[in-house]
Design a binder for this molecule. Structure first.
Ligand code: 5CA
Ligand code: ZN
Length: 425
């Protein structure tokens, strides 16, 4: 699939410190460039959208957080291999298409196009590989067959007149030195069961060996789209295997960071890692990084609840994307927070103050501000602290005389663009 256009990223002189990031799996900060990896590209897989509705502030916050990670690595001189998926076949997409009378393929295309335009407007660096679930089916079928052959996956009988043959992952049998239930999330069984039922799992499906075993392949039902599944029979893939296979196909094993919102910790990232480890005995990623949930009016912002603030709507109303990005960077990526109109107004005012203060910035001032912003970002992507550095600087009166002829302001503007993705000029 095509991603979106890449922005030009200015090069900023000086040295950036190495990024330390909070790893959900270990619960601690990890160095993302240990000595043996420092010269290799960093690699990142971030779970993409399910394109049945437009990009809301929760999605935007998540992709901007990982964009910041990529910018921080690049600033430290590392190249970055970035892969993202699009879940362009799944139950919610089919349900929305049926409810609105739109063809599901068309719905996915429209919403993916809108997402691309939103990402481009928000100055998010695109992935090198942007892969649809549908595209991944022919790669994934032989791997599910391999899991069945290794007896790490099994079929269950149909219920209520539905066909036999849905394939499930045997999460107990698949445990090995690289993964067992809980490796990624660290959750206890009760917590896992709660999230599994809430987030697309089917704990009570008769015939499963364990309530937590997730679906790998769903054999075709009347009226549902289907693909060739070889010995599995025609059908469509489960959700976790999609990301597992796409990540493994394009990135090293393990890759540097697996990312997404905290709603994906369990079951999605737990089992994406489980499937990969069951196939090749290796950890999926070195670190699992999760963003907090953005809400509106007391609830998580979600397409299924419909309480959405859409990037595209704000853009259409003339809101500058840099102000939206400022709201998103104003919250720590790991916090849960609520979108409000006041936050947007405040961000618009901040952008104006920062813009004004660029005039008359000396080279010495720009260099000092850049050093401080770099150190805030290196510490678990502390963007709110980086913006506070900019606020404090902007509150200072400009020097009587800018001896740089505007070069200081230009350097600072370039740095805000390169490091934070904030295009002020
Ligand atoms: N297609 C799957 C991932 S493979 C999916 O979760 N799609 S999604 O459209 O529901 O979400 C896309 C990304 O946005 C995911 O990383 C998800 O964790 C994140 N996300 C969804 N809602 C929110 C929210 N309210 N706040 C922050 N991030 C969110
Ligand atoms: Zn995913």
């Amino acid at each position: 699939m095509l991603a979106w256009s890449a922005p030009t990223i200015p090069h900023i002189p000086g040295n950036a410190p190495i990024l330390e990031i909070h790893n959900t799996s270990s619960g601690s900060l990890v160095d993302t460039a240990p000595a043996e990896a420092a010269n290799a590209p960093a690699s990142m897989y971030v779970c993409g959208i399910t394109p049945y509705d437009a990009t809301h502030m929760g999605h935007a916050a998540t992709y901007v957080a990982f964009d910041l990670m990529q910018r921080t690595w690049r600033d430290a001189g590392r190249s970055v291999n970035y892969v993202q998926n699009v879940t362009d076949i799944d139950d919610p997409l089919l349900e929305r298409a049926a409810a609105t009378g739109v063809d599901w393929v068309e719905l996915a295309q429209q919403q993916t196009d809108l997402f691309r335009a939103d990402m481009e407007a928000l100055n998010v660096i695109p992935p090198q590989e942007y892969i649809g679930a549908v595209e991944s089916i022919s790669w994934l079928v032989p791997l599910v067959e391999e899991l069945v052959a290794k007896e790490l996956a099994y079929t269950v009988p149909g219920e209520n007149g539905e066909p036999d043959g849905d394939v499930y992952f045997d999460s107990i049998a698949a445990a090995n030195s690289a993964w067992e239930l809980g490796t990624v999330s660290g959750y206890d069984r009760e917590t896992m069961l709660g999230f599994f039922a809430e987030r697309g799992g089917d704990p009570k499906r008769p015939g499963k060996r364990d309530e937590l075993d997730p679906l790998l392949w769903r054999v075709a039902r009347e009226g549902e789209p289907r693909w060739d599944g070889a010995t599995l029979g025609a059908g469509r893939p489960g959700w976790h295997i999609e990301c597992s296979v796409i990540a493994r196909r394009f990135l090293p094993a393990p890759f540097t960071v697996q990312g997404g919102g905290s709603d994906l910790i369990f079951p999605h990232h737990e089992f994406s890692a489980g499937h990969a480890a069951a196939l090749d005995g290796k950890a999926l990623a070195e670190a699992y990084v999760h963003t907090g949930m953005v809400g509106l009016d007391g609830e998580k912002m979600s397409k299924s609840l419909g309480n959405l603030v859409l990037v595209s709507k704000l853009r259409a109303a003339g809101v500058e994307p840099v102000a939206i990005r400022t709201v998103l960077l104003g919250q720590h990526y790991r916090s849960d927070w609520f979108w409000t109109d006041e936050l947007l107004t405040e961000a618009q005012n901040r952008v104006e103050r920062w813009r004004k203060r660029l005039d008359g910035t000396t080279l010495a001032e720009a260099t000092a501000v850049i050093t401080r912003i770099r150190s805030k970002l290196a510490n678990d992507l502390n963007a709110p602290a980086a913006l506070a550095v900019l606020d404090a600087f902007s509150a200072q009166e400009p020097a009587e005389h800018d001896d740089s002829n505007g070069a200081g302001g230009a350097l600072l503007a370039d740095a805000l663009d390169a490091l934070l993705g904030l295009k002020l000029v």
